[in-house]
Ligand binder design. Structure first.
Ligand code: SF4
Ligand code: SF4
Length: 255
């Protein structure tokens, strides 16, 4: 049977981390508190080749090479809704929503032929996969692939900048390499979260001051929201620290 899928706009998937293209992260810097999420992909992994094209390639102290996906991410705890999710479960920026939201449920970090299981709704999600929903994937091909292609192409275009960022970080924060090596050795993998300000510094973005000015109040607000919850300690620490970094960056003279 061919997989069918339709979004009923239940809003359940609009919670927690939202991986963005760099273009979307910058365009929505006034909406989402952003972080860079690093995920090592081992050479024997199914999507390794694709990960080398979309992410950075890193040589570990063991001399093994891993691909590392470094993804600008709307950094929200799993229990927190996207700031654009409205009370009625609809998206407040539907016409302008990021690529990731448009391409759902497909995922361009995987090969097109390997998307079938993404069409099975996760627990609690109200996606319509009944016989009345449209067929969206057939013979391992996405039927309307325009959003998927756009997101994939944006990821490919940004990969040289991501590699530059990885090289900078590994030079100035070599401990990241050891962490990546540990994660790559674990069957469960893992990820590292680094600040957006490190990315702005490493890539010398000319719009860094503008982005920092948009981000600082978002971090402040999230630090406040997570202040008294012991389960949010790590988020609170990151939000507070990054608010200070962004405030300092925002005060710099753009020239
Ligand atoms: S931008 Fe809209 S579609 Fe995307 S996660 Fe937020 S509410 Fe959901
Ligand atoms: S969980 Fe499914 S139905 Fe609900 S908003 Fe996300 S894609 Fe749409």
């Amino acid at each position: 049977m061919e997989p069918r899928f339709s979004c009923t706009a239940c809003g359940k998937c609009c919670h927690g981390w939202l991986p963005l293209t760099l273009k979307d992260a910058i365009a929505h810097a006034g909406r989402f508190p952003l972080a860079m999420v690093w995920t090592p992909v081992r050479q024997n992994a199914r999507f390794y080749q694709l990960a080398t094209r979309l992410g950075a390639t890193v040589r570990l102290p063991s001399r093994k090479t891993v691909a590392v996906l470094i993804v600008p991410t709307a950094y929200l705890p799993t229990s927190h809704p996207c700031p654009e999710l409205r009370e009625d479960g609809l998206c407040g920026i539907h016409d302008d929503k990021p690529s990731r939201c448009r391409t759902m449920p497909f995922y361009p970090y995987r090969e097109e032929r390997d998307q079938a299981d993404l069409l099975i709704p996760r627990k609690g999600w109200a996606c319509d996969v009944s016989a009345t929903a449209p067929v969206v994937y057939s013979n391992h091909e996405i039927i309307d692939r325009s959003d998927f292609d756009r997101e994939r192409n944006d990821l490919l275009d940004q990969s040289p900048v991501i590699q530059r960022y990885a090289d900078y970080m590994l030079k100035y924060m070599p401990w990241i390499l050891d962490e990546l090596a540990k994660m790559a050795a674990r069957p469960t993998g893992g990820n590292i979260v680094s600040s957006l300000s490190s990315f702005l510094t490493a890539t010398r973005r000319p719009d860094a001051v503008e982005i920092a000015t948009a981000q600082a109040p978002l971090f402040r607000a999230m630090a406040e929201k997570t202040r008294d919850d012991p389960a949010m300690r790590e988020y609170h620490r990151n939000y507070s620290g990054w608010a200070v970094e962004m405030e300092s960056l925002a005060r710099r003279n753009p020239g």
